[in-house]
Design a protein around this ligand. Sequence first.
Ligand code: ATP
Length: 887
Amino acid sequence: MWFDKSKEEVIKELSVDTINGITSEEAAKRKEKYGANELTEKKGKSKLRLFFEQLNDPLIYILLVAAAISGILGETADAVIIAFVVVLNAVIGMVQESKAEKALEALKKLATPKAIVKRDGELKEIPSEDVVPGDIIVLDAGRYVPCDIRLIETANLKVEESALTGESVPVEKDAELILDSNGTALGDQKNMAFMSTLATYGRGSGVAVSTGMDTEIGKIAKMLENQEEDLTPLQKKLAELGKMLGIAALGICAVMFLVAIIQKRDVFEMFLTAISLAVAAIPEGLPAIVTIVLAMGVQKMIKKNAIVRKLPAVETLGAVNVICSDKTGTLTQNKMTVTRFYADNYLGNINTLKIDNPIHRLLLENLVLCNDATYSEDSKTGDPTEIALLEAGFKYNLIKADLDKKRTRVNEIPFESDRKLMTTVNEYDDKYYVMTKGATDNLIKLCNKAYINGEIVPITEEIKENITKASIAMSNDALRVLGAAFKTTESKDIEIDSLEKDLVFIGLVGMIDPPREEVKDSIAECKKSGIKTIMITGDHKNTAFAIAKELGIAEEESQAVFGAEIDKISDEELAKKVDNLRVFARVSPEHKVRIVKAFKANGNIVSMTGDGVNDAPSLKMADIGVAMGVTGTDVAKGASDMILTDDNFSTIVSAIKEGRNVFNNIKKSIVFLLSCNIGEILSLFFAILFGWPSPLKPVHLLWVNLITDSLPALSLGADPGDPDVMKEKPRDPNASLFAGGTGAFLILNGLLIGFLTLVAFVVGIKVYTGSTTLFPLVPKDIPEAAVTHAQTMAFVVLSVSQLFHALNLRHPSKSIFQVGVFTNKYLIGSILIGIFLQDVVITVPFFRNVFEVFDLLPRDWFLVGILSIVPLVVNEIAKIFIRARNK
Ligand code: ATP
């Protein structure tokens, strides 16, 4: 127990050096001894289990039983091949699913939080799994507590412990407390901070006392975050579709079987055919393919600096039509530089500041002291706004580290984006200076005096007007404006609530933050593709509008509003107006939630960026919550669907592009599989209906299913993105997968494939019976050998036409030559492999026997080749008309 000892005792007992922390070597040794600081997870499913899960399907049972019966009846080849195909199918399914599962695991591992520790005398940010007992840990607002910590310093630190105690109100921590060793519940251990809880306010530091599974949360073995493995919306839709298709396929098979019985065919043979057809026609591999394609999308996005935390997000990304983006750092570079200042009734370039003017000097001192960043020539840490202020001070020899020593900080109220203010209390010889800095409009409200002409005078309307004028002049030039105010007190024990009151206005500074270069193009690209870009900022409206105009986000001032203006209107009114607004200024995190709600109310799919603790609700509310990887807090990251590792707006746009491609690719796989299955069902169904011999044997169906459902379907999922994908309007998320002609494409191609298979069969019958008349297409009592020949031809056409048909799916309107035949090497590879395997089955005597097929003559090959290529030719011609119509 550590909470019943004083912090000095703890420091002594653990022999920690609070100034330098532990050395890296010691840390490595301790990691060896105590293990990594992580909670052990339950293992995923084993390969064997996945394999058996594939077989766990009533249809497969029936098929295996049927195979066994045919084995007993002497059809050993049939039995063996069915068993073989079933096993191979299960292996493919297993590989796909374990790949999908691995991808999901990898996804979980991305974005693990980091911890700030003192090592070798320096503060370092390290992966939290590397934290060891004895480390000195620094906590600040928005950070996950990486392990169990005995606090040794706290400055208004508040920690939200709901992950551990269920209590959602943050607990105020105090390092100085010594608690009763008996009966102090976890929630009351206020001198401790526990793993997996969240610092939401203030700062603090402490010693790591236990890590990994030894922590309180480790003991109850609850996960940091129970990432649910729900199906994605698309997978849910597909599961429903799959069920429907399954029922339909079973229905057709049943009807077929009945017809066959009425026709007095071989019952067992027909039963086997019907079951094989059902197995082949039900697209059981779809969910795994969807997961794999989504996961491949995730991998591609990582390369483009976007980490997607939840798989469904990839899908949703493709449908986003409103991007709400923070300004600072996302649209701009976040490289702030102070360029102007206003003090003592003078507005000018920062270079004209006179450090011997006490007002000018106090302005800079205020901005350097009321500041949590650090600045030296070779190392800068902290918020760029604050670094810029330190840099301005540095130029006038007001060095943060020196000034901090001279004017010790005794109290503080941290910066919050709601208040847009920050305050510190610093010791000035025999007095204390309350130093406040923040947004001009908020600050001015707290001032009743001003420091002008060397005197502190009551603030008049005229003075206020001058300040506002100076502030607006700077904002209009796209500068971020920050004001400074102070007051003196005799005692340091002054109530927190009365600190930010009755202040003396000192002055303003204005800083530039240039837009990111690439952002302008991305915004233009969004515009073309029907995506609206919305700027959301804590800055002043004028600053925001000036930058928005430069970037092409807004054209007229009427498109910009203050957060306070939306406070005055109802949610309904906001929803009515919101589609015409582009810039929201002086926004607090609560406004963000309302803005997202309003856009969503109008049916938009909204992405929202955020970085702070208070941004979590709006990130959760958005369809795609985007957290900043560099400046974002762990809280924001935890609430997000996607993290930008470069904080760049353009990355969101690339992710949307990738999301659109991923969605299109999934659709290609689905439509491909379904059209092929329709082809299989129809060819068999009509042949039976017409009273013909079955054009395909059960094993043929299983085989075709094997070579088309696996590699080609996956390769379509890996199709390289369409370069023109951003020229299209965003997808309507409610629209059916088969809208816009997709359904017709699917059915027509299914019909075509089925028809061609039957043509091959009929031609085979004609040729091998030596028939010279067209009718009847298939006469009665054909010799067995002729049927087998005809079946062989139908078998080859069914599989090879499907392989060629895969090329049709690469683009709904572009010719395969426009897309580039070889741009998807996987697909070309799978088609070649498919054709090769098909050839092996026909030409190698062993397989020929097993599959009960005949070797084809060159003229047969020629004919099946021509027939197989028909779908490609027909679709190419159809696409000429589609392109002409689209023009
Ligand atoms: P954006 O929303 O565009 O990313 P932001 O999140 O940086 O902007 P805030 O951080 O909320 O916006 O800042 C809003 C205002 O608060 C700024 O215009 C500035 O006046 C003030 N401000 C920003 N940082 C500080 C700080 N560290 N201390 C005091 N005031 C600050």
